[in-house]
Design a binder for this molecule. Structure first.
Ligand code: ZN
Length: 492
């Protein structure tokens, strides 16, 4: 059978060598270029390609708009289906197993959501769709080439690992439905076997953030070093997981699309005791922040170059936590709007107000629809040595539409007075029924080592309260009351 053969030069990020000036120049324009049969195609706007553990990850849009495969994205299930002729590939966010024509196949890396964009592994999809994939590291070029008719490579079936929950129709923290539990902040701690040390299972750079995924327990040290200028993260009692980059214990992660940082170096600096070092070039004097996201047994360490500083100059550190996010929508309001959106809208307003305070540093656990995979965000506050922690939520009584009012939670003694003060301000702003300050064992509150409160501003399941809560005026008033409470408590 005659089959035409063509060479695609797709996703040409830059033709030049990694000269910083040229990189910077090309980064100012859209540095992602697609060549199709020698013709340059336009990439979808704002598309960023990233390299996670040396896997090229592309937004689903690239698959849809540039590769021409049929693509179906089921946001609720976090599932993308790619098909062409007789091949169908199904991938799920967070899941390292794909389904190819009905059979399970293991992935090097799970599709992931970052900054509200779903990223999928380009090589896997392309190969399953009958293309060969080449990677020119020097010039950062991915080349895709169609194959003549060939038998499809056999891969042994693999055991399916359980995926993370991708949906939750209730908020966990404020429900009072008897016997009801779910995956929100209210979930009791699952006893886990303590892991001695930690293993790094991913390194990536995206949206000006270095992210190091880990399992186990370790306390990294992050320092700025000179000659050459760089940021160094050392993880004591840590090694690389077996699945990391094919078992390599030293190497570089190529960074795509950043004019200042072209690669991240990783190495085991010591085997006994094990120690991992990750180095990122950083010549700027701009502030950066370091924080952890996750639970006591897994998560990611983040070095964020987006301008937040840990150097506080005696300033108070306030952590504002917009509840839920990404694949975890929280509760669903009467109008079917998601709680995570309400929480974020209020949190961002609080953030903007606090940014104007000269004696306060504000850190947000999320400032967009990022999927913070694990619920105990208190750890971020702990790593920052924050002064107070405020988690913002909307309440739900499930199908009941009558429950209403404002309530605030604390977990321990050090948080009680803070919560009472915050509740007083909040209640005056909402004008809702006073459901009082309550003790509740919520993970997000248990984890925080500073005064911490969780505010249930009102009931999204109540149509009247929800319509009020979704107005800008109300949210601004509530945000101001949260800021007033924080300032009063901190005495600034
Ligand atoms: Zn919630």
């Amino acid at each position: 059978m005659k089959k035409y053969r063509f060479m695609l030069m797709l996703l040409i990020f830059t033709f030049c060598l990694s000269s910083q000036q040229v990189m910077a120049a090309s980064a100012k324009k859209n540095n992602s270029v697609i060549m199709l049969n020698g013709q340059q195609l336009k990439m979808p706007g704002n598309v960023q390609v990233q390299n996670v553990n040396n896997n090229i990850m592309v937004p689903i849009r690239v698959i849809v708009e540039n590769l021409g495969f049929d693509t179906n994205w089921n946001q609720k299930q976090g599932k993308v289906t790619v098909s062409k002729a007789d091949s169908t590939v199904e991938l799920t966010i967070g899941r390292k197993v794909a389904t190819v024509n009905g059979a399970d196949k293991k992935l090097n890396i799970a599709p992931l959501i970052q900054s509200n964009t779903s990223l999928v592994p380009l090589r896997f999809i392309s190969e399953e769709m009958g293309l060969t994939v080449g990677w020119d590291n020097k010039n950062k070029i991915v080349s895709l080439e169609s194959l003549p008719d060939e038998p499809i490579m056999e891969n042994p079936p693999v055991i399916v690992t359980p995926s993370k929950p991708t949906d939750s129709t209730n908020s966990g923290e404020g429900e009072f439905v008897p016997g009801h539990t779910n995956s929100g902040e209210g979930t009791p701690i699952t006893p886990t076997k303590p892991i001695n040390g930690a293993a790094v299972n991913s390194i990536s750079f995206y949206d000006n953030r270095l992210m190091v995924g880990y399992e186990g327990s370790t306390q990294p040290n992050v320092v700025k070093m000179t000659n050459p200028d760089r940021i160094v993260m050392e993880l004591p009692n840590t090694q690389f997981s077996n699945s990391f980059n094919g078992g390599q214990s030293t190497g570089d992660i190529q960074v795509v699309g950043n004019s200042n940082i072209t690669s991240i170096h990783y190495t085991m600096v010591s085997q006994q005791p094990p120690m991992v070092r990750i180095e990122m070039p950083f010549g700027s004097s701009a502030p950066y922040s370091f924080y952890a996201q996750g639970s006591s047994t897994s998560g990611q360490f983040v070095i964020d170059l987006n301008g937040q500083s840990l150097i506080t100059d005696g300033k108070k550190i306030v952590v504002i936590d917009a509840g839920h996010g990404g694949y975890a929508p929280g509760t669903t309001g009467y109008s079917k709007k998601k709680e995570k959106e309400f929480n974020l809208a209020v949190a961002l307003k609080v953030g903007r107000l606090l940014e104007q305070e000269s004696k306060i540093n504000i850190i947000m656990t999320r400032s967009d629809d990022t999927a913070v995979e694990l619920t105990d965000r208190g750890k971020i506050a702990n790593n920052l040595n924050a002064d107070v922690f405020v988690s913002i939520h909307g309440n739900s009584a499930g199908v009941s539409t009558t429950a209403h009012g404002t309530e605030s939670y604390y977990y321990n003694d050090r948080s009680k007075a803070f919560t009472e003060l915050m509740h007083r301000h909040l209640l005056a702003a909402t004008g809702f029924t006073d459901r009082k300050v309550k003790y509740k064992s919520l993970q997000v509150l248990r984890d925080a080592t500073m005064p911490a409160t969780l505010l249930e501003i009102g009931f999204l399941s109540n149509p009247a309260e929800e319509s009020t809560m979704l107005t800008e005026d109300f949210q601004q008033r509530v945000a101001q009351s949260i800021v007033d409470g924080i300032k009063e408590y901190l005495g600034v």
